[in-house]
Design a protein around this ligand. Sequence first.
Ligand SMILES: [Fe+2]
Ligand SMILES: [Fe+2]
Length: 321
Amino acid sequence: MTVSTLQHAIIKKLPLRKHIKISDFVSTGTMPIRHFNFNFDAKTFDDRFYLQKEWASAYFFALSIFLTYGEELVIETARYHRDFITDPILKQRVSALIGQEALHSKFHNEYNDIMKPHHLPVGLYRFLAEKVFEYTFLKFPQPLKLSMMAGIEHFTAVLAEYMMKHEDHFYHSDDEKARALWMWHMLEESEHKDVAYDVYQTLSGNYWLRISGFAIAFVTILGGVSLGSLLLPFLRKPSNLVSLSFWKEAKSSASLLFGYENGVFGSTTGHIFDYFRPDFHPNDHDTTAYLKYYKEKLLHPETGVLTPFFVKEFTPAVRAA
Ligand SMILES: [Fe+2]
Ligand SMILES: [Fe+2]
């Protein structure tokens, strides 16, 4: 009996396996990797990029710094598990996921570098994230890393859908490079939202392990990133602690993030916890119309938001296992 036959025999006996949903890879098709050159400049960096609110913008700056570490984990985990995937289309999509995440990480790091002259705590946050990942997440066994990868990708899919539904939020700033970076990133997070999940369900499918990965991603993203963004305005400018104008604005920043009606997390709670459904699948939340609209809006050869920065597109080959 081969290892994979044995693995499949064990997997079939796992509780809740019968509920598992996996994409139809033939209809999902292949995925590209897009290269850009943003050439970020500290002089045009807008420190109130998100709706001109200092604290709400701080959330996106903290996220931009911390997400690169999550992406490194996704890349490493996807590379490891790609070898066990036998479906040629899913394998291609894993290769494209690795390429897309590597470029997200590269360009967010470039964007994070231009935050430094604006006194954002980039060095401190990088140091903390590096230590947390080095001593905890990167030491996890591969099955837990795989489940965490699926959990992280669920959160980025939720955020991407929220951002695509609130396009106007990107247009309160003249920082067109930051706008292009976030819109491109959100487009691709939505484009590849089912890949990590399909790999997890194909190779494991254990419900409780999936929920464990979700719980770790939940604490890291909602706890760690939120704490980082909460402290960021004070680490940057301690006088904010006693600034009346800062505290006046703080309430609306909080509702932009956690408000039930329209907040990034407050309004997406149902989507976030839908992951607990045994028969959950990322594509149950259909974003095909948004993807079509954004691909046209961002990548149109003349009018695309990303066109001034676009270098090339590359589609990894489909290879039989
Ligand atoms: Fe990403
Ligand atoms: Fe992703």
